[in-house]
Design a protein around this ligand. Structure first.
Ligand code: ADP
Ligand code: MG
Length: 584
């Protein structure tokens, strides 16, 4: 074997592997070039989920005919001159790699005309090789057409997901840039249908509706933090959360980036205001001196390194905190609670560990370890004979506390039952039992069209059949619109759009659990929405019915998500607390 220099084509293809992973990566690089060129209009056309054709046309400053060939050459860029510039980057691109990479794995045409040039110029390439170049009539700006992406690397094609998913990624990406650049007018056409159209009038809340949903966008809290590191954007109030971090988007100097520690800093700012396992939605733009952040970490430029991480974290944390506090309504008299939780919302679970503990151990005899208030379901409490059985103890209802917990007397002590968790469990078992026959559904008087975001649409489409078996009747009606004809009876009365969103809200994008698990998950989700909430006053009859229903459950001690439905305060604990035993 002799050592040889790789032919340029091969080197480009290798480089392309890092930059061009899927159609959305092409769109990303092309849009970034348009934005770098100062464009105020960016039009994107996609066919066949980007595999057939991607076209990006802008009205930016263009490329002169003499430099056009250079633009598609590897390591050719107008954005960097010396190595010092590398640490002071104010453009989105700088690696001089994108056009060379993309053109090496597609049929590629670039047409450009700067303002001071009367004609445009166009170059055609095929797998990186220049076929021909011509003078053409063209508007000022640049347009690039990428056809048959990966035609010469079929292995790549195999790694792509379904068309809908790839399309969804493109839509999501353009939405993000549209948010970060509200002054730029973006249009996206998918197979001849306009799916994104922004006005370019500088209003980012308008764009926010496309990323989350219009209802959510309306409630998002603006962030304005104008210090050395500037932070702006939107965060969700504590009432709008998800079970994952996918609703969190960060931009640094106009560049979307992924940084889990930055996410953490922002989430922390919510601290006690969020329920465990719930995450806010946010889009935050950070502006800072480019010398303080290294963007040359990864070929896709999605990761960054900060010179002073802590300073960035502090700024983000303070910005979020300030916005949250400013948006929080002043609590009414008597509404404050010691934990601060009640100011924001009544927690719909988890009050057990947080609020029961202090109430019990805050007396003078503070020596009582909090563990003595045991969620009954918790395993390994061997010291409590008989309590690990799966069934429910027989309970005698005594009443409701804080419109959230039921109190009951049971074997060896006092039981507190979380009404929401308990009801979730009851509904869940009921629906699971019905699902083999048919979950009863309620037909809507009038079918309701529901427009979803691109990501949500993917999930619904992939689960359409399953939804029908769960009591939803939903039909596709265009790319992002679905018609809801019926919803499960347990959700009756709920607005059909919210009912459908119950299904998609928390779904992980790439989640592919087993068929059976998906069903259980979806049912659990429906039950969570349908169950009585904390804070809801129940009549005596309702309380009693809930306890009877819970007793009849197969796994009454936890909700479908695994949280306890009941905690027990043992007689022994009561005796110790009252100084009858142990502490003398
Ligand atoms: P980079 O963006 O990292 O410089 P690219 O390969 O993406 O590398 O582009 C190479 C060069 O081509 C850019 O530096 C820029 O000068 C020019 N260029 C690319 N796209 C456009 C565009 N849409 N408008 C104007 N110039 C462009
Ligand atoms: Mg570029």
């Amino acid at each position: 074997m002799t050592i040889q220099l790789l032919p340029d084509e091969v080197a480009s293809q290798i480089a392309a592997g890092e930059v061009v992973e899927r159609p959305a990566s092409v769109v990303k690089e092309l849009i970034e070039n348009s934005l770098d060129a100062g464009a105020s209009t960016v039009n994107v056309i996609v066919e066949g989920a980007g595999k057939t054709r991607i076209e990006v046309a802008d009205n930016g400053h263009g490329i002169s005919s003499s430099e056009l060939k250079l633009a598609v050459t590897r390591h050719a860029t107008s954005k960097l001159k010396s190595k010092d510039d590398l640490f002071n980057i104010s453009t989105l691109g700088f690696r001089g790699e994108a056009l060379a990479s993309i053109s090496s794995v597609s049929h590629f045409r670039i047409t450009s005309r700067p303002v001071d040039q009367e004609f445009g110029y166009t170059i055609d390439l095929d797998g990186g090789k220049i076929l021909e170049s011509n003078q053409v009539g063209a508007p000022v700006g640049t347009s690039i057409r990428v056809s048959d992406l990966f035609f010469n690397v079929p292995a790549r094609l195999k790694f792509l997901k379904t068309d809908r998913t790839e399309r969804g990624k493109i839509t999501g990406l353009i939405t993000k840039y549209a948010l970060a650049y509200p002054d730029v007018k973006f249009q996206l056409k998918h197979d001849n249908r306009v799916t994104i159209q922004t006005s370019g009038n500088g209003n980012s809340r308008e764009v926010l509706g496309k990323l989350f949903s219009p209802e959510i966008a309306k409630q998002m809290i603006p962030v304005v933090f104008d210090e050395e590191i500037k932070v702006s954007g939107f965060i969700s109030p504590t009432s709008i959360t998800r079970s994952n971090r996918r609703g969190i988007h960060f931009f640094i100097n106009g560049r979307p980036i992924q940084d889990t520690t930055l996410n953490t800093a922002a989430i922390k700012a919510y601290h006690t205001m969020l329920m465990v396992g719930r995450y806010p939605l946010m889009t935050l733009m950070i502006e800072m001196n480019p010398t303080q952040v290294d963007v040359n970490v990864h070929p896709t430029k999605a990761e960054v390194r900060f010179r002073d991480r802590d300073q960035v974290f502090r700024s983000v944390g303070r910005a979020v905190r300030r916005a949250l506090l400013a948006s929080t309504p002043v609590p009414g008299l008597g509404q404050t609670t010691s934990s601060g939780l009640g100011i924001f919302q009544v927690p719909d679970w988890g009050g057990i560990q947080r609020s029961a503990t202090p109430a019990i151990s805050s007396g003078e005899s503070g020596e009582e370890p909090p563990e003595s208030v045991s969620p009954i379901a918790s395993p390994g409490e061997g010291s409590q004979p008989g309590l690990e059985e799966l069934g429910s103890p027989i309970l005698r209802l005594m009443g409701q506390v804080a419109a959230t917990y039921l109190i009951a007397e049971g074997p060896d002590g006092l039981y507190l039952i979380d009404q929401h968790a308990a009801h979730e469990r009851v509904l869940f078992e009921k629906m699971m039992n019905q699902k083999d026959t048919r979950i009863p559904s309620q037909t809507l008087l009038e079918p309701v069209p529901v427009e979803l975001t691109a990501n949500e649409a993917v999930i619904i489409e992939e689960n359409l059949e399953r939804l029908n078996s769960l009591g939803f009747i939903v039909d596709e009606f265009g790319q992002l619109t679905f018609i809801v004809r019926a919803i499960p009876i347990v959700l009756f009365g709920m607005n059909p759009a919210s009912a459908l969103r119950v299904i998609v809200e928390d779904f992980e994008e790439d989640e592919a659990p087993l068929q059976k698990e998906v069903e259980m998950k979806l049912i659990a989700r429906v039950c969570k929405k349908a169950a009585v909430k904390a804070g809801q006053i129940l009549t005596q009859a309702e309380q009693a019915a809930l306890i009877r229903d819970l007793e009849a459950c197969q796994a009454p001690r936890t909700c479908p998500h695994g949280r306890p439905t009941m905690v027990r305060l043992s007689v022994e604990l009561l005796e110790r607390q009252f100084g009858r035993k142990g502490s003398r």
